[in-house]
Design a protein around this ligand. Structure first.
Ligand code: ZN
Length: 223
């Protein structure tokens, strides 16, 4: 039966015909396949990738800045702790005038060393021990003050004068604005002094001195 044979022959051809048409047609139809990106979609995707990369870089930079700030804060915290302040560095208002000392002659004492009552608090310390601004303010005097020796006067923003006497060296100049805990000089034994120490005075409004220990304690410190 020639007709049947022809049909069988045609059937045998069908699979290869499908493969052949598929192989040839696929590239031609690819451009119209819904899942294939169009040039516009590709450009959009690339722009998105670029934006994401930029955002990742910005976040990394932000992280890095946060790290630096953390380290600075930790450093600042450690510095403030040396000067008796253990709270949040952002809230620091007052610190001790020096880090390493022994409490010596108290305020209000009378004796052969002083003409009148002892107008300040003495802190025995090694010569060269760093002195820092107890609070933010302005340096209003740096001078040799006779019995007080080399003296720096720091005037705080509320008008309180802080005296640092008998210094061996000074590191701030008159008119200079200083921040809390900023170095202003170092301990010495200049003037009427029998050994290296800081004679420290607190004078509200530049008037009569008050007990510096009480002033420091009132500021939350434990000298
Ligand atoms: Zn003194």
């Amino acid at each position: 039966m020639p007709t049947l044979l022809r049909r069988l022959a045609l059937l045998a051809l069908v699979p290869s015909a499908l493969v052949w048409t598929g192989a040839v047609l696929e590239p031609a139809t690819a451009a119209f396949e819904p899942n294939a990106p169009t040039p516009a979609a590709l450009a959009e995707e690339q722009a998105l990738d670029k934006m994401l990369a930029q955002r990742a870089a910005a976040l990394a930079a932000l992280d890095q800045r946060a790290d630096v700030r953390d380290r600075q804060l930790l450093g600042r915290q450690a510095v403030l702790a040396r000067f008796g302040y253990h709270g949040d560095p952002d809230n620091v208002r007052v610190v001790l005038p020096l880090a390493s000392y022994s409490v010596s002659a108290a305020f209000g004492l009378t004796g052969p060393l002083w003409e009148a009552e002892h107008g300040g608090q003495d802190f025995g310390a090694a010569s060269g021990e760093s002195l820092v601004a107890v609070s933010a303010g302005t340096i209003t005097e740096v001078a040799d003050a006779g019995p007080y020796g080399l003296r720096t006067i720091l005037t705080l923003d509320d008008g309180t004068e802080v005296w640092y006497c008998h210094q061996s060296s000074v590191s701030a100049v008159e008119g200079q604005r200083v921040d809390v805990a900023e170095p202003i000089g170092s301990v010495g034994s200049t003037g009427n002094s029998v050994g290296p120490h800081l004679h420290f005075e607190i004078r509200p409004d530049g008037e009569a001195p008050i007990d510096p220990m009480a002033w420091l304690r009132e500021a939350g410190l434990a000298p």
